[in-house]
Design a protein around this ligand. Structure first.
Ligand SMILES: [Zn+2]
Length: 201
């Protein structure tokens, strides 16, 4: 049914509320699977959009006491519901962490434990292994991590394929890595600034 404006539509809805809602419920019962599949498809294909919207909403309401209390309750409920899984994850993390560190060191050594930046701030290139970091040359580290699901898996893959590792990765010291990130805007600073503008205006 076409309406001239929102007011008449609202009026019609108020007058025929029960009937409309009954029909909606029936429709959902009848085509529930189809609707749910469509919704899931939309959710999966708009992940970035949804995350962005959630962040904007959070920043809009984060100082309201009601919102804070609601979030606190939600967090508590989530923890109660997923207590076992969370504690298990912690145990697994603590067990696998030393192994992941070993793999990381191995990968750094295989790529050559020296900063690759010609203009490194340390004379002759930084060689201190505690300061060295693995850098994705094309700045796609996040996507890579998402693809392999864990950093350990990623290190293993590159250790098994040293040719690909030399193409995709390089060793930088922490200073040079940050400078590269700032210059290439890989920190997502722009994104956040854009968001702030959106919230203010
Ligand atoms: Zn350096």
């Amino acid at each position: 049914m076409a309406y001239k404006n929102n007011e008449t539509r609202r009026k019609y809805y108020e007058e025929n509320k029960d009937e409309i809602n009954r029909k909606r419920r029936l429709h959902r019962l009848k085509h529930g699977d189809k609707i749910r599949a469509r919704e899931r498809k939309w959710h999966d294909s708009n992940i970035e959009k949804r995350r962005m919207q959630a962040r904007i909403n959070h920043h809009k309401h984060k100082n309201e006491t009601e919102y804070k209390q609601k979030r606190k309750k939600q967090r508590k409920m989530y923890y109660k519901k997923h207590k076992k899984v969370i504690s298990l994850k912690h145990i697994i993390y603590n067990k696998t962490l030393p192994k992941t560190r070993e793999l990381r060191l191995e990968l750094i050594n295989s790529l050559g434990p020296i900063c690759n930046n010609v203009k490194c701030l340390v004379y002759g290139g930084c060689r201190e292994i505690k300061c060295l970091q693995i850098d994705h040359i094309n700045g796609n580290g996040k996507d890579d991590l998402r693809k392999f699901k864990s950093s350990a898996q990623m290190y293993k893959y590159y250790l098994q394929n040293p040719r690909i590792a030399k193409k995709e990765l390089q060793i930088l010291c922490a200073n040079c890595n940050w400078i590269k990130r700032e210059e290439n805007n890989e920190n997502g600073v722009e994104k956040w600034q854009l968001m702030r503008i959106k919230i203010v205006s």
